[in-house]
Ligand binder design. Structure first.
Ligand code: B12
Ligand code: SF4
Ligand code: SF4
Length: 394
């Protein structure tokens, strides 16, 4: 037994060879369906100070869990005592038909009023797929190193995923703040296994954005305030998914027909043309989530919502959040055919949040029908405000 193995207490591996173990872990990750796998050490994420500053500036909006996680994210030993390595994986979802460059494109040819759902949310919840595969990878690691302790994470844990994945060589943080890869473009999720096992780290990826800045002007709300700087409070992904209450009135018109997430900065990136299409059944888009019929969504009651979105990431917003977004989309589309459904929602929906946004949408549609009469502005609490110069509530 090597001194290294003794330190790990891994008595079963007389010829403990970290490089060989790392090779086997990566090969198994690919066999499980991950598109990329790399390894980094457990030192603090390189941009942890930038993260702390971002929080201090209030740019996380109402995502208070990001504040709570801050100390742990800066010290992975507080997440898993004795942690030595982090195995980072990517689950690709680049489409085979190249249509990822058409954010929210409706594949239907009918005349329905349709909303746009971000590509990542058009198939069953990626967290479930990620966790199943990460658990399977951890079980495999235990066959190599039974005494190693491991923790799997995806999205919600106290782990700054893009920072660690960049250091593990999976890709680089682009100016839109997401991780992109030479092999997968912008279309992949991240997951990690924290391990008490020392494994050789891969070389970090370097940035390949060069002088390109395409993603910045592509953002409909100006949420990317400078390269690598995102004001989440303006991001449509935040406004339609994470924000629980009323959407600031000034931002509603900029949301367009997007009802769950946004892909515009990702879709604008020229590296997508090198994206390897995902050959993975887990990321086949559901037909009913590609351009869903907004009027049908507005008619869902709570039980119907829970049934339809039981396996979808969309359940995160609950019915009230999704129907709020549907109202905003219908107001922005401005088609008078939505008036009966919106009027019903404005009067009878059990949720005040939905009623308020439905009333706003009706005002927008009325304003389009009578452009000479501008609608009264509604402030973020749904009260009427006199017409006047628009102010940014942020
Ligand atoms: C909170 C959160 C959000 C928030 C805030 C987004 C954000 N950019 O932080 C909101 C709700 C807006 C959001 C949106 C989306 N998200 Co999100 N989100 C997260 C979450 C939970 C935490 C992110 C975080 O820590 N933010 C903190 C701030 C400070 O990060 P930041 O603004 O990016 O700043 C960092 C860098 O810019 C860097 N930095 C600063 N200066 C510089 C300079 C240089 C040169 C470099 C290289 C880096 C750098 O340092 C900062 C700290 O890391 C992660 C999962 C996780 N646990 O990590 C998923 C995650 C980032 N989200 C993900 C996805 C898919 C999305 C969306 C694409 C979903 C969609 N289609 O609607 C959008 C993309 C929006 C965007 N442009 O970022 C994926 C991204 C996968 C990938 N390939 O990168 C993650 C990793 C989830 C997962 N497990 O797959 N998300
Ligand atoms: S996801 Fe949409 S709103 Fe958010 S930063 Fe990207 S383009 Fe802007
Ligand atoms: S669009 Fe350009 S600047 Fe933005 S992430 Fe892609 S390569 Fe980088």
């Amino acid at each position: 037994m090597t001194a290294h193995a003794e330190r790990e207490g891994d008595a079963t591996h007389a010829n403990w060879d970290g490089a060989e173990m790392a090779r086997q872990i990566k090969a198994h990750a690919l066999a499980l369906g991950f598109a990329l796998c790399g390894i980094t050490d457990a030192t603090p994420p390189p941009h942890h100070r930038a993260y702390a500053r971002w929080l201090a500036e209030g740019r996380a909006g109402e995502m208070l869990y990001l504040h709570r996680q801050e100390p742990k994210r800066g010290d992975l030993h507080s997440v898993l005592p004795g942690v030595q390595s982090v195995v980072c994986v990517a689950l690709g979802y680049a489409p085979a038909d190249g249509r990822a460059d058409m954010p929210g494109a409706s594949e239907a040819n009918d005349n329905a009023l349709r909303g746009a759902v971000a590509r990542y949310a058009r198939f069953d919840d990626y967290h479930d797929v990620m966790w199943q595969r990460l658990e399977a990878l951890l079980a495999f690691i235990h066959t190599l190193a039974p005494n190693a302790q491991g923790r799997v994470y995806c999205d919600t844990g106290p782990v700054t995923e893009r920072d660690l994945a960049m250091r593990a060589g999976l890709g680089w943080i682009g100016k839109h703040t997401n991780l992109l890869s030479r092999h997968l473009g912008n279309w992949f999720f991240l997951g990690e296994i924290l391990l008490t096992l020392p494994l050789p780290a891969d070389p970090p990826e370097t940035t390949h954005c060069g002088t390109c800045t395409r993603c910045l002007p592509a953002c409909p709300t100006g949420a990317i305030t400078a390269p690598y700087q995102l004001d989440a409070r303006r991001c449509i992904s935040y406004l339609t998914i994470e924000l629980k209450g009323s959407i600031p009135v000034d931002l509603r018109p900029l949301i367009g027909s997007r009802i769950y997430g946004c892909d515009d900065c990702l879709a604008a990136c020229p590296w997508n043309k090198f994206a390897r299409a995902a050959q993975d059944n887990a990321v086949r888009p559901r037909a009913d989530l590609t351009g869903p019929d907004l009027i049908a969504l507005l008619a869902l009651d709570d039980a119907q919502f829970r049934h339809r979105f039981a396996h979808s990431p969309i359940k995160r917003t609950k019915r009230r959040g999704l129907l709020r977004n549907v109202c905003v989309a219908l107001g922005n589309i401005g088609d008078a055919r939505a008036v009966p459904a919106l009027a019903r929602a404005a009067q009878h929906d059990p949720e005040p949040l939905v009623r308020e946004h439905a009333a706003w949408a009706l005002e927008q549609i009325a304003a389009r029908a009578h452009p000479e009469k501008p609608p009264l502005e509604t402030d973020t609490h749904g009260r009427k405000a006199p017409p006047g110069p628009r102010t940014n509530p942020l």
